[in-house]
Design a protein around this ligand. Structure first.
Ligand code: DGY
Length: 415
């Protein structure tokens, strides 16, 4: 079998009817940002199935527009923390936090490439108001002060759970008791996963939010973890632009989206560090930048926020990273003292991030570097298959096996 056939088999193997699990053992439900990339992968195989993936993610949407990071479509004892811990009392059961907003982007791409125009038109018409409700929720609940940038309240909301950028803000969260055994480390070696200490703090935030009954106004002001994540905001900024393009295609008004895009474009300046020539997230509680260079620093390229000089600085950093590792893009600067090439978001390469950074580099005309990212991705896929993440020096596959968004990126780039 070749790469493309194997990628299709991987998506099929992870398919559970109308949704797709990221990885059969490790993540047996539907995750929000995974669903966006996975839908794009399905888009190369079956348009109907791709739209279905997005509709399934929206089955978890709450009446106020909130989209949860996990929809627990069917019970599965193999994951912690499951619905019994979250206790959102929703149908279907869901988590109570969100994840990077990529579904508007997935919708626009699927719409534009669709061969079945009628299906695409109907699907986009149905998804558009749901997407608007989610983006409105993000600004209302996560930017109540109207800064133009939204906050995340849990490291899991960044999608880059144990990023070294979260160490200090997470250090302020009191740890909770863990159950006797974590489930994730029975599927993947503990050296490739977040630490127990991090898990205690992740759990403590969940319990805190549950006790506040997930009331967004209270969560924003009472969460001991509140961060303006450069990655989350870059994906939201691009998603706003994509939703605006979709609004135009569908003949809908764009004023609200224009406002978010205008404000966001200006507000991104607050995350730029001129001395370093990099973007950093902000610790909203301490009121200070988190000066840890992660792969999220390059995602504004994908969103189109830097001017060409800033983009040049970013490309310069990425070239330096590329001289230090064999495979771009590591999730943390390879010369950082906390760089750990096997551990989840503290060093390994993630293919969905590569896919977005490559588009950003292309957008700014850094074509050589864009080609390097694409070629490194192909080498990783060829050597190690569809793994969750990869060692940036050896190319070894790490974390979950048969990982759906890695298969989706293979289909997007190489089919
Ligand atoms: C996990 O379980 O590791 C997820 O990333 C959190 O949603």
């Amino acid at each position: 079998m070749n790469l493309v056939e194997e990628a299709i088999e991987t998506l099929k193997a992870n398919g559970r009817g109308d949704f797709t699990v990221p990885s059969a053992d490790l993540y047996p439900y539907q995750w929000l940002w995974d669903a966006g990339f996975i839908a794009l992968g399905w888009g190369q195989v079956s348009e109907g199935r791709a739209w279905q993936e997005l509709f399934s993610a929206f089955k978890g949407q709450w009446p106020d527009g909130f989209l949860p990071h996990i929809v627990f479509h069917r019970p599965d004892p193999n994951y912690f923390p499951g619905p019994d811990v979250w206790q959102t009392h929703t149908v279907p059961p869901t988590s109570g936090i969100t994840q990077p907003p990529v579904l508007a982007t997935a919708t626009l791409i699927l719409y534009r490439q669709a061969r079945d125009r009628e299906l695409a038109r109907n699907a986009a018409e149905e998804l558009f108001p749901k997407l608007m409700a989610y983006h409105r929720w993000l600004y209302r609940a996560r930017d109540p002060e109207g800064t133009g940038l939204v906050s995340i309240l849990h490291p899991w909301e960044s999608g880059m759970d144990n990023s070294a950028a979260w160490d200090e803000p997470l250090g302020r969260v009191l740890p909770a008791e863990l159950p006797a055994r974590r489930k994730d480390t029975s599927h993947v070696h503990s050296s490739e996963r977040p630490s127990d200490d991090e898990y205690r703090r992740y759990l403590s935030l969940v319990v805190r939010f549950r006790d506040l009954r997930y009331d967004p106004s209270r969560l924003y002001f009472e969460s001991p973890f509140r961060v303006v994540d450069v990655g989350f905001n870059a994906l939201l900024h691009q998603a706003n632009q994509d939703l605006r393009a979709l609004a135009i295609e569908l003949g809908k008004p764009t004023e609200e989206l224009d406002g978010w895009i205008r404000q966001g474009t200006q507000a991104f300046g607050r995350l730029w560090d001129d001395g370093e020539g990099l973007y950093f997230s902000l610790d909203a509680i301490a009121g200070s930048p988190i000066r840890v260079p992660t792969s999220a620093a390059f995602l504004p390229l994908y969103a189109g926020t830097p001017d060409t000089t800033a983009a040049q600085h970013l490309a310069f950093h990425l070239e330096a990273w590329g001289r230090a590792v064999n495979f771009l893009v590591p999730s943390l600067a390879p010369n950082h003292p906390r760089f750990d090439p096997r551990r989840y978001w503290r060093g390994p390469v993630w293919l969905n991030v590569n896919w977005m950074i490559e588009q950003g580099l292309t957008r700014y005309g850094h074509l050589e570097l864009a080609r390097r990212v694409r070629e490194d991705t192909l080498r990783l896929l060829a050597a190690s298959g569809f793994r969750e993440y990869y060692h940036p020096q050896t190319g070894e596959g790490l974390g979950g096996r048969g990982f759906a968004w890695s298969a989706a990126v293979a289909l997007l780039w190489f089919s």
